[in-house]
Design a binder for this molecule. Structure first.
Ligand code: 6PG
Length: 265
C-alpha cells in the first residue's frame, strides 16, 4: 500500500508566476541545505515546464542568481532522453542553454546523464556517479535535498511512463526504461530514490494537465496507469506548484494563501 502523504499545492494565476514560485522554492531549498550540510544536492527534470524557472535562476535582474551559493550546489538530473547532449530532445541541452551556460556552477558540480551511450551503460554509469558523489556504501541510496518533477498529460513523471518496466524497479538508483508509447529509451531515477528526497515538488502547468492531476491525486490508486502516484515521499510531504489552469479540477485552494492540501491515503 502507498505511504500516506500530505499534499500541499500552491496555485499561481499564470505560468510566469509558477516559474517565480519554483525559482524561490529552488533557492530556499538550496540555502537550507547549505546551512544544514554545507552543500545542496538537487535533481531536476527536463521537458518544457522548468525552462522558465531555469531562466529566472540565471537572470541577474532576479534575486536568485545572487542568493544561491553556486559553489556549494551540485546539480543532477531526474531523467534524460537517450540522445546526445546536443540533440534538441536533450534535457541537458535545454538546461545548458537557459541555465548552466549563464551561472557560475563549476563543471564538476554538474552531473549529466550520458544519453549518448547505450541505455544500460548510461544508467549503470550514472548510478556509479551518484554512488561516488554521495559516497554511498553497500545498498545505501542517495538523499537529494530537492527533487523537481514534472508530469506528463498521461500521468508519467521522471521517465516512469504508464505500463513500463521501470515502475517495478526498486533495486536500483538509476535505470534504463523502454517507453514503447514513444518507441524510445530513457534513463531515469527510480521512484524509491525520488521518494527519499528531503523535499519533492512537482511543477505542473496548463489546462492539458488538469484532468490527469485530478486523476492522479484524487482518483483511485492505479500507479501502472498513473505512475506519478508512485511519488509518496518518505518525508510525508509532497508539494505541487501549479497554475490556475492545471489546478482547475482540484478542490479550490484557500482564497488568501492560494494553497490547498490533500491527505493522500
Ligand atoms: C522529460 C521530463 C518529464 C517531464 C514531463 C512533463 O524528460 O520529459 O523529465 O518527466 O517532466 O514529461 O513535461 P512538460 O514539462 O514538457 O509538460
Amino acid at each position: 500500500m502507498p505511504r500516506p502523504v500530505t499534499l500541499t499545492y500552491l496555485v499561481s494565476p499564470t505560468a510566469p508566476e509558477v516559474a517565480q514560485a519554483a525559482a524561490q522554492l529552488f533557492t530556499d531549498a538550496a540555502t537550507k541545505a547549505v546551512a544544514a550540510r554545507g552543500r545542496a544536492r538537487i535533481a531536476i527534470s527536463g521537458g518544457s515546464t522548468p525552462k522558465a524557472m531555469f531562466a529566472l535562476l540565471a537572470d541577474p535582474a532576479q534575486p536568485f542568481l545572487s542568493a544561491i551559493s553556486w559553489d556549494k550546489l551540485f546539480l543532477y538530473w531526474v531523467d534524460e532522453r537517450c540522445v546526445p547532449p546536443t540533440d534538441a530532445e536533450s534535457n541537458y541541452r535545454m538546461t545548458n542553454e537557459v541555465l548552466l551556460s549563464k551561472v557560475p556552477l563549476a563543471a564538476d558540480h554538474i552531473f549529466r546523464m550520458e544519453g549518448e551511450l547505450e541505455p544500460e551503460v548510461a544508467a549503470a554509469r550514472y548510478e556509479s556517479t551518484i554512488r561516488n558523489s554521495f559516497k554511498l556504501e553497500g545498498a545505501e541510496t542517495p538523499t537529494f535535498d530537492l527533487i523537481l518533477l514534472g508530469m506528463g498529460d498521461d500521468g508519467h513523471t521522471a521517465s516512469l511512463f504508464p505500463h513500463t518496466e521501470g515502475l517495478e524497479n526498486i533495486t536500483h538508483i538509476v535505470i534504463p526504461n523502454h517507453v514503447p508509447q514513444k518507441d524510445t529509451w530513457r534513463i531515469t531515477l527510480t521512484f524509491p530514490v525520488i521518494d527519499q528526497g528531503r523535499e519533492v515538488a512537482f511543477l505542473i502547468e496548463g489546462p492539458a494537465k488538469a484532468q490527469v492531476l485530478s486523476d492522479v491525486f484524487t482518483g483511485p490508486y492505479e500507479y501502472e496507469t498513473y505512475p506519478s502516484q508512485l511519488i509518496r515521499p518518505a518525508s510525508g510531504k509532497l508539494t505541487l506548484l501549479l497554475d490556475s489552469a492545471a489546478a482547475s479540477k482540484l478542490p479550490a485552494p484557500d482564497a488568501n494563501t492560494h494553497t490547498g492540501t490533500l491527505e493522500l491515503k
